[in-house]
Design a protein around this ligand. Structure first.
Ligand code: IPM
Ligand code: MN
Length: 369
């Protein structure tokens, strides 16, 4: 980021310069590029109003390039992303590429290499959005999940023996380091403190995973001591899924490991209106962070101008919030709520308008918010 500075030219004249954020765009596969384009419209409108500038550079990492070149993303390309203030990602996933190649080769590789150790997923039901939870509304469904994003079962530890035989053995181990667990938990408490949240719940499985979640539990209560005003709570992951449906209002901030976080955030996304609206951030508080809609690449809707861009717009909203543009982020959220009131549905093809129209409408509302 280039911070606002007063520059003085040779004539001694002063000029006030605004902040500029350099954003890397990875549209990715399927409808990814379409929704990213709409998110760009919206952040531009927010920047214009708030007085900051943005530059965008697009990268073609994804299934199409992989099909042509066999390359997912190289170490040098990942290094290149470090130069940016943030990365906005559309979607990764291609129908002609075997499952796992792009997910591991692009998304997970980038998360690991940039040490994006928190996956932040707000579960917030916006006004006007339908939830499948009976008798629950925006007041009840408003919490965030802080998912550990670089360890656990995703670390790739394990192996296979005698593959393809009747004696095959497959081992997949969960790696939990004190450092990795503690920094994630600390992020959750910091997040609570900074955002007026009152309680952090550890979601684990201390009754069965007595090695991993013993470490988590000790780290959790030790870190909690540093945050006097914030309450603590614990729930096993299976019970967590029950409460997320029955009593979502119990949650404020949930912190959990990578695999549990992956599972419970899809459930959370459905309770907040589904993949048309759910967004997340892959965060390294001291480095470059990457923001993405949670939904996939929806290949069957590619190029049809029918996909809902609101999730990507919400990802961009999280990005501005993370960059410190709090006011702009609030405008975008308000604009999204207003846009929802004009749309027939959040589902692809049923919005009552096209992808581009939704993006333009949100951008317009940002200017007026
Ligand atoms: C997510 C996705 C990824 C994950 C996949 C695509 C590798 O489901 O971001 O939640 O499991 O983390
Ligand atoms: Mn997932």
């Amino acid at each position: 980021m280039i911070i606002a500075a007063v520059t003085v030219n040779s004539k001694g004249e002063q000029k006030q310069m605004g902040k500029t954020y350099n954003i890397a765009l990875i549209g990715g596969d399927g409808t990814g590029p379409e929704v990213v384009a709409e998110a760009v419209k919206v952040v531009k409108a927010a920047g214009k109003r708030a007085g900051f500038d943005l530059t965008f550079k697009s990268f073609n990492y994804g299934g199409e390039r992989y099909k042509k070149t066999g390359v997912t993303i190289t170490d040098e390309e990942i290094d290149g992303l470090r130069k940016f203030d943030a990365v906005l990602l559309g979607a990764i996933g291609h129908p002609d590429v075997a499952p796992g190649i792009l997910e591991k080769g692009i998304l997970l590789k980038t998360r690991f290499a940039l040490d994006l150790y928190v996956n932040l997923r707000p579960v917030k039901l916006l006004p006007g959005v339908e939830t499948p939870l009976k008798d629950k509304g925006p007041k009840e469904i408003d919490y965030v999940v802080v998912r550990e994003n670089t360890e656990g079962l995703y670390a790739g530890a394990g192996g296979v023996l005698k593959k393809g035989t009747a004696d095959e053995v497959a081992v997949q181990e969960s790696i939990n380091t004190r450092k990795g667990v503690e920094r994630c938990i600390r992020y959750a408490f910091d997040y609570a403190k900074k955002n007026g949240r009152k309680k952090v719940t550890l979601c684990g499985k201390t009754n069965v995973l007595t090695f991993a979640f013993d470490l988590w539990e000790r780290a959790f209560y030790e870190v909690a001591k540093e945050y006097k005003g914030i309450k603590t709570d614990y729930a096993h992951v299976d019970a967590t899924t029950m409460w997320m449906v029955k009593n979502p209002e119990w949650f404020d901030v949930i912190v959990t490991d990578n695999m549990f976080g992956d599972i419970i955030t899809d459930l959370g996304a459905m309770t907040q209106g589904g993949m048309g609206i759910a967004a997340g951030g892959n965060i390294n508080p001291k480095g470059v962070s990457m923001f993405e809609p949670i939904g996939g690449s929806a290949p069957k809707y590619t190029g049809m101008n029918v996909i809902n861009p609101l999730a990507a717009i919400c990802a961009a909203q999280m990005m501005l919030d993370h960059l410190g543009e709090k006011e702009a982020a609030v405008w975008i959220e308000k604009a999204v709520v207003k846009a929802i009131s004009k749309m027939d549905s959040l589902a692809a093809g049923k919005m009552g308008m096209g992808t581009k129209e939704v993006g333009s409408m949100v951008a317009k509302f940002v200017k007026e918010a």
